[in-house]
Ligand binder design. Structure first.
Ligand SMILES: Cc1cc2nc3c(=O)[nH]c(=O)nc-3n(C[C@H](O)[C@H](O)[C@H](O)COP(=O)(O)OP(=O)(O)OC[C@H]3O[C@@H](n4cnc5c(N)ncnc54)[C@H](O)[C@@H]3O)c2cc1C
Length: 361
């Protein structure tokens, strides 16, 4: 196996294959050392448990019992699900070292071109493109994906520190959402950018409004790949942001990497590498509700959200294993009756948020 890209997707896929398939793995990373790209670093305990090929617990920076998603109209969806923030700057290099310890090869300083991917595909059983949103491997696979810029400050932990991971859907700051994720001695505070040149200004305003007062230690931006249209051409397959597999609603990408790596390992064990793209398409990480839900989330204004959530209680508890829609059936019905033209989209958003809760972080 050749894996192009030694970031999160590259090392998770390498370890999953080394763990589950009898194979030799070489990872090619263009930078001089294994490193992390920009990330909010939020991950559910369920995803961490699903990634069995490596003991990631030493790299947990902080653990939370809940996450809160705030919407206009002062409605909080409180998600009762354990999650973490991860110290990726240590975790990814540790996984790269583990690839080598288990007999794989992790080569640094090798920038692979599309032409080299074609050569590799002739020589190796499988080539995995894990080379991120600007993937060279995608040029061989074909298709495309959408990208959106995420911007983030790393902030010293001072003043107000949230007890939960906080997400804010509020068009004042972002066309999608902004976040405050505490992680050990600091906090990741960011937003999904509109790209109009005023996103940093909006992030400053977000920090002020949400009473995040710590000193800014770092300021970074990086694209996120989602809605990938093609994941495979013969024995060349894509994972992670190269595949555009990041969840379109939450823009959480690590969970999709864990599930896609698992699917790839199963395909290889079954001798059915050709089934990879179809099996990913059939998995909840590619749920069909995501596209209409994201379109609605982008279209709805703050007033729309407040109107749609008019009958919701101030805190909606979301409990895994229990249907939130069923528990609030009367309130949901009232909202659907009041907004008949939005009814389909309300249901798409409810479905997509539910699937994203389980499979996107
Ligand atoms: C601001 C922001 C916040 C986010 N927050 C979260 C979050 O809280 N939770 C979550 O789950 N996800 C989050 N994500 C998404 C998550 O970070 C990504 O989905 C994930 O890091 C993608 O990993 P990857 O390995 O596919 O790509 P990348 O991280 O881009 O890694 C690609 C690797 O390939 C290497 N490479 C690239 N081209 C080549 C080449 N030609 N040859 C060799 N090597 C190459 C790069 O150097 C890099 O190491 C966030 C993203 C952003 C931008």
């Amino acid at each position: 196996m050749r894996i192009v890209g030694g970031g999160f997707a590259g090392v998770v896929t390498a370890l999953t294959l080394l763990d589950r398939v009898d194979c030799r793995v070489t990872v090619y990373e263009r930078e001089a050392a294994a490193h992390t790209t920009l990330c909010g670093e939020g991950l559910s305990a369920d995803t961490l448990r699903a990634f069995r090929a490596f003991d990631s617990t030493p790299y947990i920076a902080e653990t939370f019992e809940q996450a809160s998603w705030f919407f206009p109209g002062d409605v909080e969806f409180r998600i009762h699900q354990r999650g973490h923030t991860m110290a990726r700057e240590a975790w990814i290099p540790a996984m790269a070292a583990e690839v080598a310890r288990r007999g794989g090869v992790y080569r640094t300083g090798v920038k692979v071109s599309a032409e080299q991917v074609r050569e590799m595909a002739r020589e190796a059983d499988v080539v995995v493109g894990a080379d991120g949103p600007g993937s060279a491997t995608r040029k061989v696979v074909g298709g495309n994906h959408e990208t959106m810029l995420g911007i983030q400050y790393r902030v010293a932990r001072e003043g107000r520190v949230p007890e939960r991971l906080e997400f804010y859907t509020d068009k004042t700051y972002s066309p999608e959402y902004a976040w405050v994720f505490p992680r050990g001695g600091m906090m990741n505070v960011g937003l999904l950018a509109s790209g109009d040149g005023r996103d940093w200004e909006r992030l400053d305003r977000f920090m002020k409004d949400k009473d995040v007062t710590g000193k800014v230690l770092k300021r970074e931006a990086y694209p996120i790949g989602f809605f990938g249209t093609k994941l495979q051409e013969g024995n060349v397959v894509l994972v992670g942001d190269a595949a555009g597999l990041t969840n379109p609603i939450t823009k959480g990408g690590m969970s999709a990497v864990v599930y896609a790596a698992d699917i790839l390992a199963r395909c290889l064990r079954d001798g059915r590498v050709e089934d990879y793209a179809a099996r990913v398409a059939a998995h909840p990480i590619s749920h069909p509700s995501f596209a209409p839900a994201l379109a609605a989330i982008r279209r709805w204004t703050n007033d729309d959200f407040a109107g749609l959530l008019r009958y919701a209680p101030p805190v909606v508890d979301v409990v895994p294993g229990q249907s939130t829609e069923r528990r609030h059936a009367l309130r949901l019905a009232a909202s659907l009756l009041r907004h008949p033209t939005e009814a389909r989209d309300i249901l798409h958003v409810a479905k997509a948020m539910g699937v994203a809760r389980a499979y996107s972080w």
